[in-house]
Design a protein around this ligand. Structure first.
Ligand code: OFO
Length: 170
């Protein structure tokens, strides 16, 4: 079943969003690195890498369904965040935005009776729950740490322990 035009367009839009997520988190990683927070920088680098994995899932799915991949220019991301809390809070707000987009895509797939797309999108519905859930405790702890450097150093060291996930868990 070839992709319908509206579905093809919406999936391309999401491919663009996922590449945009990659870009935002890479910018956060670079900012953390410049500000000597190596653990947070590593965490965000891995996050960026996961986003590239998300983008590639959309890329491959569009092609598999006989659609055309259309790449657009990405907006330049913000370069600097006032505090780690500001960056992680922006990341959560971004993920909430992405969750809304994924849900709208599922709705569109249903409207078009595009069951393969609906099944494909289920992975992202679950992934978005995880994406938001992993950010919330970090934000909570950053709020508790406030401007207290020792607490921030401990948190930075803990975030350095994030492991790269396998292809299936991206
Ligand atoms: Fe962060 O989950 Fe994709 O965009």
């Amino acid at each position: 079943m070839r992709l319908s035009n509206p579905m093809e367009q919406a999936l391309n839009e999401q491919l663009y969003e996922e590449l945009g997520s990659f870009y935002i988190y890479l910018a956060m990683a670079a900012d953390f690195s410049a500000k000597q927070w190596p653990g947070m920088a590593k965490w965000m680098e891995l996050q960026a890498k996961e986003e590239l994995g998300h983008a590639m899932r959309f890329y491959r799915f569009i092609l598999e369904r006989g659609g055309q991949v259309r790449l657009k220019a990405l907006p330049q991301p913000q370069e600097s965040w006032e505090t780690p809390l500001a960056a992680f809070s922006a990341a959560l707000a971004h993920e909430q935005h992405i969750t809304g987009r994924i849900h709208a895509l599922v709705e569109l797939a249903r409207q078009h009776k595009d069951y393969p797309s609906e099944v494909f999108l289920q992975w992202f519905v679950t992934e978005q729950v995880e994406e938001e859930a992993q950010l919330e405790p970090i934000i909570h702890r950053l709020k508790l740490a406030g401007d207290h450097p020792p607490a921030l150093f401990i948190l930075d060291r803990e975030l350095a322990a994030r492991e790269e996930e396998g292809e299936e868990e991206e």
